[in-house]
Design a protein around this ligand. Structure first.
Ligand code: PEP
Ligand code: MN
Length: 348
C-alpha cells in the first residue's frame, strides 16, 4: 500500500505515520517528493490495515500498489531517479555513455581505451576485472590487478569506473575500487549478491538476465533498493530467443515499457545485445531514439586480438563515429550527452 500524505503534511505527521506503518508489522519506505510525501507500506496487506492508516493525521489517501515490485514502481515514486557519479549522469535528459573494454587485459590496453573513449565523449569507463565466462577455460579476468588498472585509468582521465562484481564475497574488494558496481546478466537473480551490492553504497548497474522477464528484472532491482540503495540503473542487454543471427535479441521496447512502470533509468547495451560490431552503432542510436537514459558499449584498441568479446567491440574510430551518430539522435530527442551540460528548456 502507499500512504499518500496531504500537501503540507507536517514532519510530525509523517513520522507518526511511519511509526503506525511499522506498528502494523509492515516495512515503511518514505519517499520525500518536492510536493508531497508518500510512505510505501510493504508486507502482508490486509483491509483493516488500510482503513486504520486512512484515518491517520495528514493522510490524503491509502492506495494499493498493484505491481509485484513496490519500491521500484512509478506508483510509489513518480519522480524519475537520476544516477550521478563523477562525470556520469544517467536519467531525465542526461544520457550517460559508459565505454571501454569487455575485459581489462593490461594497463596499456585499458589506459589507451580510456583516453580514446573520453576524447570521443564517453562519461564513464567500463572494464571487467572479474569476468563471468561461459567456459571455465576462457580468460577469467585479472581480478584485483585489473581493478588497480581501472583505478589508474580513472586517476588519469577522471572517468568514473563501472566494473562487474560476480560474487557476494567480492563486494567489499570491488566496491573499494569501483564507482559503479555492475551485476551481470548471469547473476541477475543472485539475491545475496544483490543485497550485498545494494548495501555497499555505490550505484548499481543491474543487467537483465538473458531469460528474465521484465517483472523479474524489476524484482531483482527491488532487492538492491531494499538494501537502502536508490541509485540503480536497469540495463537491457538482450535476451535469448530462437533467432541465432544475433548473439542475443535486443528488445528496445524495454525502454518505453520500463519508463511506464519504474522511475529507474534504463541503459542499453548494444554490444552484448547484438554480438556484432557492425550492428552496434545503429542500435546505439536507436536506443536513444527509444528514450534510453544511457548506453554501455564495448571498445577495444584492437578488437581482433581481444581476450573477450572482440567480435562485438568497436575500435576507437568506430566508437568515435558511433558517438557522432548518437549525438545527432540525442539532439533530436532532447537528450544531453556532455557531462555537466544543462537540460534543454522544455519545448526547445
Ligand atoms: C559484460 O558486460 O562484459 C558482460 C559480461 O555482460 P552480460 O552480463 O550482459 O553478459
Ligand atoms: Mn563482454
Amino acid at each position: 500500500m502507499i500512504v499518500v500524505m496531504k500537501e503540507g503534511a507536517t514532519k510530525e505527521q509523517i513520522e507518526h505515520m511511519i511509526e503506525r506503518v511499522e506498528q502494523l508489522g509492515l516495512k515503511s519506505h518514505p519517499i520525500y517528493g518536492t510536493e508531497r510525501t508518500v510512505i510505501a507500506a510493504i508486507g502482508d496487506k490486509r483491509d483493516e490495515h488500510r482503513t486504520s492508516l486512512e484515518s491517520g493525521p495528514g493522510v490524503a489517501e491509502v492506495v494499493p500498489i498493484l505491481a509485484p515490485y513496490k519500491v521500484a514502481s512509478l506508483e510509489v515514486k513518480s519522480e524519475r531517479t537520476v544516477v550521478r557519479t563523477g562525470t556520469l549522469t544517467v536519467g531525465n535528459c542526461h544520457l550517460g555513455v559508459i565505454a571501454g573494454p569487455c575485459s581489462v587485459e593490461n594497463e596499456e590496453q585499458t589506459l589507451s581505451t580510456a583516453r580514446a573513449v573520453k576524447a570521443s565523449g564517453a562519461t564513464a569507463l567500463r572494464g571487467g576485472a572479474f569476468k563471468p565466462r561461459t567456459s571455465p577455460y576462457s580468460f577469467q579476468g585479472l581480478k584485483e590487478d585489473g581493478l588497480k588498472i581501472l583505478a589508474t585509468a580513472r586517476a588519469e582521465t577522471g572517468l568514473p569506473v563501472v566494473t562487474e562484481v560476480i560474487a557476494a564475497a567480492d563486494v567489499p574488494l570491488v566496491a573499494g575500487y569501483a564507482d559503479v558496481l555492475q551485476i551481470g546478466a548471469r547473476n541477475m537473480q543472485n539475491y545475496r549478491l544483490l543485497e550485498e551490492a545494494g548495501a555497499a553504497g555505490k550505484p548499481v548497474l543491474l543487467k537483465r538476465g538473458a531469460s528474465a522477464t521484465m517483472d523479474e528484472l524489476l524484482l531483482a532491482a527491488e532487492y538492491v533498493l531494499n538494501a537502502g540503495n536508490q541509485n540503480v540503473m536497469l540495463c537491457e542487454r538482450g535476451i535469448r530467443t530462437f533467432e541465432s543471427h544475433t548473439r542475443f535479441t535486443l528488445p528496445l521496447a524495454s525502454v518505453p515499457y520500463l519508463h511506464e512502470r519504474t522511475h529507474l533509468p534504463v541503459v542499453i547495451d548494444p554490444s552484448h545485445g547484438t554480438g556484432h560490431t557492425s550492428l552496434v552503432p545503429r542500435m546505439a542510436a536507436a536506443a536513444i531514439a527509444a528514450g534510453a537514459d544511457g548506453l554501455i558499449l564495448e571498445v577495444h584498441p584492437d578488437p581482433e586480438t581481444a581476450l573477450s568479446d572482440g567480435y562485438q567491440s568497436l575500435d576507437f574510430e568506430q566508437f568515435d563515429e558511433t558517438m557522432q551518430l548518437c549525438r545527432k539522435v540525442a539532439d533530436a530527442v532532447g537528450k544531453v550527452m556532455t557531462a555537466g551540460e544543462a537540460c534543454p528548456a522544455p519545448g526547445v
